[in-house]
Design a protein. Sequence first.
Length: 391
Amino acid sequence: MNATATFDPFSPDAGTHQGGALDGHALVQGDYGTAVLGYDLASQVLRDKRFQNSALRLMEEFGITAGPVHDFRARSIIMLEGDPHLRLRVPLARFMSPVTVRNTRDVLRRIVESINADLDDSAPVDFYRGVAQRIPSLVYCHLAGAPASDAPQVQSLSERTLSLLTRDRSLTPVIVEAYDELFAYLAGLIARKRAEGLGDDMLSYLISLGDEGKLTEQEVLTEATSMLEASSVNTAHQVGLVVWTLLRDREAWQRIVADPELIPAAVVESLRLFPRTGVVSKIAVEDVELEGTVIPKGSDVHVAVWSANRDPGRFERPEEFDLDRERNQPLTFSTGSHNCLGQGLAKAEMEEVVRHLAEHYPDARVVEDATRIGQAGGRWLVDRLTVHMKP
Ligand code: HEM
């Protein structure tokens, strides 16, 4: 443990921290609690059930200490461990299998094509708002069996509920209102599905598990809520970050245009260098010894994914974008029992956006002076991404 080195995992330059240990220490202490910087230790903490997600505590710090929003969070998949966690995780993992992702590819392509067809590509395009932000909510609607016309509301609900993670306490009323709207939206959708007949979508699947007694009514709503809040905002920013990374590395981009087989590797390497989830925050549920230091029960442990992803002990020349990197397993989607259930789908969305760009706009370029990419609250975020599609 390094108690003297200064590293704040939430500081504006944390995302480009050299990566890995600081002065030889993979664990550092600050006012915020403990930060985990090295790749191996980060993987170990993310896999250790003695660390629980800090989302409920964050909510309580925001003044949300009781009521339906607090109850939802306390009972949600991200907060549970052991059998109660598996009860919620197994059905969603079954639905979000590689088969679902494979079967969704054609729909993803159609969504990407239809969004691009709306663009005026003769002038620089607001790529974040015009493309990246619109795709994930349309994909969620397809998956959940909601009408595509609901996508703007889904996008806005995901954005407003997860604004908790910005750690800006003035947002409490926005967050509570957003969850109330989300619960009402899903309850209405579930009732309509029951009335109109179930299909082969995710909500129908959850409802049928409820009918078979495998999930309670409350659990059906909780599962659907967890999926909706997670569906859009992180993917939208990550799509923007991937496109920004690839279009600025002209050598890599030319290789991708010439050989689209490289796209999956290009997406993973971008996810490594610019992870939307730069910090995954946990709480020790008992005293835990890490590298000879006791982390007391109840203390905050922030896994600095953006540092672990640039750990020179794990990734050779970590600052470089390397299309040929082997064993490339960044921690952007976490690891262990809570690893992201939407990662296959999110990667497929990014791959289809890049494929479309490489095929139709091989000369596309980022307009640097009309682009703002930054970090806040432990996340990389796209404030503005302007792309000249046909310079
Ligand atoms: C690029 C986009 C995304 C990123 C960076 C991301 C990141 C993450 C991370 C870091 C976690 C784990 C947190 C922890 O260990 O405590 C997580 C969990 C989760 N994600 Fe994602 N996510 C993304 C997209 C999605 C999508 C599209 C969905 C669903 C459609 C989704 C659904 C979930 C769910 C349900 C969990 C909870 C899993 C559990 O607790 O067992 N995510 N995500």
